[in-house]
Design a protein around this ligand. Sequence first.
Ligand SMILES: [Mn+2]
Length: 339
Amino acid sequence: MQANRAQAIPQNPPPAEADPILGILRVLREGERFLVCSHSRPDGDAVGSMLAMGMLLRQMGKRADLVTADRIPAVYRTLPQADAIRTAMRVHGPYDAAILLECDGLERTRLLGLEPFFAINMDHHLSGTPWGQVNWIDRNASSAGEMVYRLVQAAGGTVTSEMATCIYTTVLTDTGGFCYGSTRASTFQLARELVEAGADPIRIAQDVYFSTPAAKLLLLGAALGNLHREGRLAWLWVTDEDMQRTGAAEEDCEGIVNYALSIAGVEAAVFLRELPEGRMRVSLRSKGQVNVAAIAGSLDGGGHENAAGCTLDGPLASAVDAILNVMRKCLAAPNGSRR
Ligand SMILES: [Mn+2]
């Protein structure tokens, strides 16, 4: 049995530095071997930010293991070095630190075995909290990938074209193609810098938005058959039977909620996906003032102001009732239901 030098959290954790970026860089410079993780059911930001972080670490002469609990979606498997991401249920050390990207706790990874490691928490979600040994939470960042980019700059690293491709993908997908509330002038500045560093915006858009598996469109057809609208609210769902019949994968549910949100006059949308064990996974989206992060938070979920999620008990009909009740109350609130 190999001695695990990183089994214990240090007795005296380093003092919280005024600039969390410096605190993170110090840990990266002092260590040799790192684990890089993100949340389960990884999206474009999770995948792209992990890959870019791995590239930064290797550029610094460090070892980096990239691990997710779920397989990465097909559209992101063409990203540079995407095959470096390993899918596992449990991680094994030794590691000098685990870097967790956009996770509001260890559980969000759905990976086992993370507890012993010194944790670096980098998050841009509204639901971010300082749960790690080192914490950098930037709610103004468009994506976790943007935070990795800032880290590369602070480290004096080189933004390679492979890194720029991964980070551009995080910005593109997390802003919904530069549409969501997280899109600022600085987002376009960042996009420009990434394109100048070698990201190809046309190829990336084609890989992300024009490479849909047929099963996903069949699933979308089933979901649209269950589309309902009530004033500023729209909702739709797929049953587990729909998933089986269309041959769709979990990742094919991604983005279906946006079709409900795309209806003129609709300000908040709900998508429910029946899980094989009968619980319902709920995606919430909004445009404008409705804060769906607050709604998801009240139901034990989390996310961004305009994109959030939670899981509810089934059956389908009662989960639909439960989420619609909360949404209706929120939309009826006088000030455009900011909270
Ligand atoms: Mn993100």
